[in-house]
Design a binder for this molecule. Structure first.
Ligand code: SAT
Ligand code: MN
Length: 591
């Protein structure tokens, strides 16, 4: 008797018509074979899937170039197909599940012809965690198969647990014709199924990542009483050796990975890394908030990663292990066959080809690496990996940080008055768009909890779920808000960022411990001058004032915009948030 997994694979193969089916075991030897296949056999857009990089300088590293139309998540082609449109909410594109299935069935017929179908059982989360999600993805891309092994616990470990069970999450992926008109990333939450065609890009094709661990998991979490969030998890060690764990949400390409691996500018402080993109959070029996990272790797933005901004990441990328490291759409320094991107070195290398393989001559309006070029690397290579990273019980969380990218208005850091107020502030966060999603860059949009593109159901209901979740905790953590990107009138950043961000984290953990002081403003608490550590730093008092300034008129306008956003969700917006809105409006008028 075939197992449900075997039966499903057989049915999927019948539809998609691959020339070969290969069951991945997740071994080291297998990854090598897949890379070799990608170098010598498989092609994408007429080019080999992988090429070998300098193995002395970048051990076990390989280069991948994607189709030029396939370089970022395509939110306009991403659908969440609940049976009722209202369940998906205005934050998601929606299609009737039967219609969507029909569409995908037609598009999938024979789509893997001539290709190998890789079958990848994998677990999101530690297999022994009560939150572990057992999944199987099929794909016809060796790049995706190699990436999935880096990013998830893939292979035997998952296959053994799935055994003859039928309740695994299913993912069907094919690169198809890489035609945007035939590209869809479809979610079927009621069937635990993801179906993605026409893209090989990370967020569209590594289905364990945004599709399962956020869109599907957020829906499962809503029904089961936990949260799936777009958050890093870090431990902050103080000079006394005490480690406090926090989670932080920022939209894609706003510095989450750098924050997760921050090298402290303050002596005695150290940041330990548990995750750089996704956190699953729950309340334990004692009423304590805990978090795990369901992933096992980093899929990070390359440009801007440098010895100054993230030295630990460069060490990670060069560490070499039995996990390969992949570089996608970076430039190549031809002299020694190294990956290169803007800011990696101060000067351009003499002989460079751009992310599309063309000879590159530096000019102010051209970039050699694509703005969303990426690396894929195992978290195990990270020199700051926290020892609890692999614990099925996760870590206790003392503070939640939320943020966005704002040129104006939002202070460097502030703290909400209480959990419900924090949920309100989180629900109205605005952030300027980045290259991580296709479309214009720098446009302000509401991006609550950095989850706008990833919440797998109606965001109004998501806000209610956050509020209910807060009520389960004995001592809900304080919620903080950060903005590294505020600029002065001269257009220059007011805050140096990177290693100096430890000063913000220090204030956050000291507030959580009830130690640091603050000033009350209409939007929340900002640090008082005594409590914010600027020792050894070259920051003018004027800039410090500007960083924490609360512009009442500006916030009033912000509130008006947030109201328009809330109105989209109509009756789904919880009354508690509506009350917070009125209260903030009053506070802004009085003061
Ligand atoms: O593009 S991905 O979703 O893979 C990564 C990100 O944008 O956070
Ligand atoms: Mn992300």
């Amino acid at each position: 008797m075939p197992t449900p997994l075997e039966k499903w694979v057989e049915e999927t193969a019948e539809l998609t018509g691959p020339k070969k089916i290969y069951f991945c075991d997740g071994s080291d030897a297998e990854a090598r074979v897949l890379i070799e296949k990608g170098i010598s056999e498989e092609k994408i857009n007429g080019k080999p899937v992988f090429s070998r990089l300098n193995q002395t300088l970048w051990p076990n590293s390989y280069y991948h170039q994607s189709h030029p139309n396939d370089v970022a998540r395509t939110e306009n082609l991403t659908f969440v197909c609940h049976s009722h449109k209202d369940t998906a909410g205005p934050n998601n594109n929606w299609m009737d599940p039967a219609e969507a299935k029909m569409k995908m069935t037609i598009l999938s017929r024979g789509v893997m012809r001539g290709r190998t179908m890789y079958v990848m059982p994998f677990v999101m989360g530690h297999p022994d965690s009560p939150f572990a999600k057992f999944c199987v993805q099929v794909t016809d891309s060796a790049y995706v198969a190699v990436s999935m092994r880096i990013m998830t616990r893939m292979g035997k470990v998952a296959a053994e647990r799935i055994g003859s069970r039928a309740d695994f999450i299913k993912g069907i992926h094919s690169i198809g014709e890489l035609d945007p008109n035939k590209r869809f990333i479809m979610h079927f939450p009621e069937e635990n199924l993801i179906w993605s065609i026409g893209s090989g890009y990370g967020g569209n094709a590594l289905l364990g990542k945004k599709c399962i661990s956020l869109r599907l998991a957020s829906w499962i979490g809503r029904n089961e009483g936990w949260l799936a969030e777009h958050m890093i998890i870090i431990g902050i060690e103080d000079p006394g050796g005490k480690v406090s764990y926090v989670t932080a949400a920022l939209p894609s390409a706003c510095g989450k990975t750098n924050l997760a691996m921050l090298r402290s500018a303050l002596p005695g402080y150290k940041v330990w890394t548990l995750g750089d993109d996704i956190a699953w959070l729950w309340v334990d029996k004692a009423g304590q908030l805990r978090a795990i990272n369901p992933e096992t790797g980093f899929f990070g933005v390359a440009p801007g990663t440098s010895p100054k901004t993230n030295p630990s990441m460069l060490d990670t990328l060069k560490a070499g292990s039995f996990f390969p490291t992949l570089f996608t759409n970076t430039a190549i320094n031809l002299d020694n066959n190294e990956p290169w991107w803007e800011d990696l070195t101060k000067d351009y290398p003499a002989h460079l080809i751009d992310w599309q393989g063309n000879k590159f001559t530096p000019s102010p309006d051209k970039k050699a690496a694509h703005a969303n070029s990426r690396f894929t690397v195992s978290i195990k290579q990270c020199p700051t990996l926290a020892k609890e990273y692999d614990s099925p019980q996760g870590v206790p969380i003392s503070a939640i940080i939320l943020g966005g990218r704002r040129t104006t208005l939002v202070p460097l850091v502030y703290e909400s008055f209480n959990f419900a107020h924090g949920v309100f502030c989180g629900s109205m966060i605005g952030s300027e768009t980045t290259a991580a999603q296709a479309g214009a860059v720098g446009l302000l949009r509401r991006d609550p909890m950095a989850m706008l593109p990833f919440c797998g159901y109606n965001m109004g209901d998501y806000f209610s779920h956050w509020l209910d979740f807060g009520k389960k905790m004995v001592n809900p953590p304080r919620i903080f808000f950060i903005n590294w990107f505020r600029r002065g009138e001269n257009g220059k950043f007011l805050w140096p960022g990177f290693g100096e961000n430890i000063r913000v984290l220090k204030w956050v953990i000291e507030r959580a411990q009830g130690k640091a002081g603050a000033v009350e403003t209409p939007i929340g608490f900002v640090p008082d001058a005594k409590s914010f550590d600027t020792s050894g730093m070259d920051l003018s008092l004027e800039n410090l004032d500007k960083l924490f300034a609360v512009d009442h008129k500006g916030w009033d306008a912000e509130l008006k915009d947030a109201k328009i956003f809330f109105e989209k969700f109509g009756s789904h917006v919880p009354q508690e948030l509506r009350n917070e809105l009125v209260t903030l409006e009053k506070r802004l008028k009085v003061t």
